[in-house]
Design a protein around this ligand. Sequence first.
Ligand SMILES: [Zn+2]
Ligand SMILES: [Zn+2]
Length: 250
Amino acid sequence: MRLLSANTSLHYIRRLLGAIETCRNTLPHCCLLCNRKTAHYRDHLCSVCRQDLPYPDQLCLGCAAPIPSAVSFCGKCQQSPPAHVLVTASSYHSPSKELISSLKYHSNYLAARELARHLARRVQQLLQQQLIDKPQFLVPVPLHWRRQHSRGFNQAALLAQGLSEFLDIPLLHCCKRNKATTAQAQLSAKQRQHNLDNVFELSYPIKGDCIALIDDVFTTGATMQELSNSILTQQPVDIQYWTIARTLLD
Ligand SMILES: [Zn+2]
Ligand SMILES: [Zn+2]
């Protein structure tokens, strides 16, 4: 009797959730870029704008340079293999650039979901081609607590959350940033050398042997490098770099 009652309750809860889902989809849901109506309330780009996101067919897994489809690494990376695989969806161009700015500087959380979806497409492609291993955890590059408090969120964590959902890989907040640093791009080459020294710390051990570090944009790679060095001094683990876009590429 009690079992029947539980089943009946479950049935009504499912019907209620279905009705809420239907109602939500009748509310306005528009494309972040062109303002046209999207197919579903969880879609924040229309199909036309999604097609417009830059997505080169093949990028080097070491430096993200465009390459012929028959190889995984460009000539330079074949000669001097990188320590970590770099996975990006594209170069830092419009409209991905606008979506990243909208997320970082205008707190547009919806952009994070679309950018994560964009990168997840690349990751799924690489996993299907067996060019990368599936990491056991996604680790967002941490912000210093003061920066996170003033911004109100960590964009890398929002991207990692979306990726976690699309790829079914758990999120792990296992690192912290001990210093608020100046952006590398604002420093001279000499200042950059020590700007990130001892910035990161692994807060607790990772229960796995393969992780992906998540960030929005890969420029010099110094932040990812410093974070991975900090992790590796405390624990041997395979580390991949995943970012939405790579700068300095045509
Ligand atoms: Zn659109
Ligand atoms: Zn390369």
